[in-house]
Design a protein around this ligand. Sequence first.
Ligand code: ADP
Length: 463
Amino acid sequence: MIYVVITFAVLLFLNIYCSNISQRLFYQSKEVSMVEKCLLASDEISALEVLNPTTVSGIVGQMGSLKVTRLIVTDQRSRALYDSSNQNLGDYVLLPEILKALETDDAAPRGNDVFSWNYHDGIMDSRAATPIVSYGTVVGCVYMTEYDTAQGALIASLQSTLLRITVLLELIVIAFSIAFSATFSRRLNRIMSSMRIIQEGDYTHKVNMGGNDELTVLGNEFNDLTERLRTSEQKRSRFVSDASHELKTPLASIKLLTDSILQNDMDIGTIREFVGDIGNEADRLNRMTAKLLSLTRAEGMTEGESEIIYMGPTVRRVARMLRENAKKAQVSLHLELENDTPVLILEDDLYQVVFNLIENGIKYNLPGGSLTVTLRREEDNAILEFRDTGMGIPEEAVSHIFERFYRVDKARSRQSGGSGLGLAIVRTIVRRNKGEIAVSSQLGQGTTFTVTFPAFDAEVDKN
Ligand code: ADP
C-alpha cells in the first residue's frame, strides 16, 4: 500500500513539474518574439526629432500591424504619448513593466528590456516593455500586451493530457500492486500452512513454491530446514533407542545374577563371585552414563569457549595417567612432542580427545605392541597423530567407528569396558574446535588417528 502512495506522490510531482516546464517553454519563445517587436518599435520611434502624440502616432501608423493586443508609447516620465486603446492618452501609465523599462542606474544606464507573463483560464497573458533611447538617453518607453488564446488552449490541452497519463499510470500501478500482493499472499499462505503441518510433526512434508523469486528461495530454505529437522529427529530417536538398549544389557545381567543368588542355594564363594559380577556391571553402567553425559555436554556446547594452549603438556599428562594401563597391556608408549604449536581449544576438551585416543590405542593393541603419539606442524595446521601397532579395524567398519555405540567387536569392547561412545565424543569435540579427525587402518597391522587443528598464529593472521 505504501508503494502505491509513494508512486502516486511521485507521479503527481512529475505532472506538476512537466506542466510548469511546458508553460515556461511557451513563455520563453513568447518573450523573444515580444521583446523583439518592442525593440523594433523603439528603434523606429527613437529616430524622431520630437516625441509627442502626433509624431508618435504618425510613426506607429507607418509601422503597420504589430499583431499585439495593446500598444502604449510613453515619454521618459511614463506619460502616454500613444495608446492603441486610446484609454490613457496623456495620462501617467504607472504599470510596473513601464516603470522598470524607464528605470536607469549604473548597472543599466539605458533602461531595461522587461517581459512578464501569466497564465489563467486558458489565456496566455504576456507583457513586454523596452526603453526608447536617443543619443544615449532614455526618452520614452514602448509597452505591448498580448492575450493569446490559441497558445493558451495548447498549454491547457498539454496539461490535461499529462493529467490523463498520470491517472492512467496510477491505475496501472494500483492494478499491478493488487495483482502482485494477491499472488504474494497466496504464496506466503502456502508456506504458512506448510509450517503448520510441520509443527504437527510431519517432517516429510515439502512446500512446492514453483516460480523463481525470493519466496521460491524461502521455500527451498524451508525444505532444507525441514529435512535437517527430520534427520535430527531420526538421530534423536535412534540415540534414545540405542542408549536404552545399551543400558538394558547390564541391567538384565544384574537382574539375572541377583535372581540366581536368590533362587539357588549357593556357597559363600559363588555368592561372592556373583556379587563381584554385579559390581562390574554396575561399574559399566556408571562408565556408560558418564560418557553419555560427556557426549551430551560436548554436543550442547557452542563454539567460542576456548583458550590458547600448547598440546604437548596435555598429551604428557594423559600419558602419565594411562602409563599403568599400557604396562598392564604390555604396550610401549612413545611420545614425540618436540614440534609443538599453540592452538585455540579448551584444555578439558583436548584432554578428552587425547585420553580417548590413547586409551583406545592401548585397549585395541596386542601384547608387545606400541603406541606413538606425535605432534607436528603442517602449513597452517597443528597435527596430533596416534599410531598404534594394534589389531587394526576391518575396512567395512572404518566408516562407522565414529557413530554412537558402534563397536567392531562387541564382546571384546565390553570386556575392556568400552561403551562405543569414545570416538563419537572425540569427533564432536574436534569438529566444535574447527578441527578434523581422520583414520587409516590395516587389519592386523595397526591404526593411525590423525587430528588436525588450525594453528593459533595462522588463525590470528586470517583475522
Ligand atoms: P569403545 O568405548 O568401544 O572403545 P569407541 O567409540 O572409542 O568405543 O570406539 C569404537 C570402536 O572402534 C571400538 O569398539 C573399536 O572396535 C574400534 N576402535 C577404536 N579405536 C581403535 C584402535 N586404535 N584400534 C582398533 N580399533 C579401534
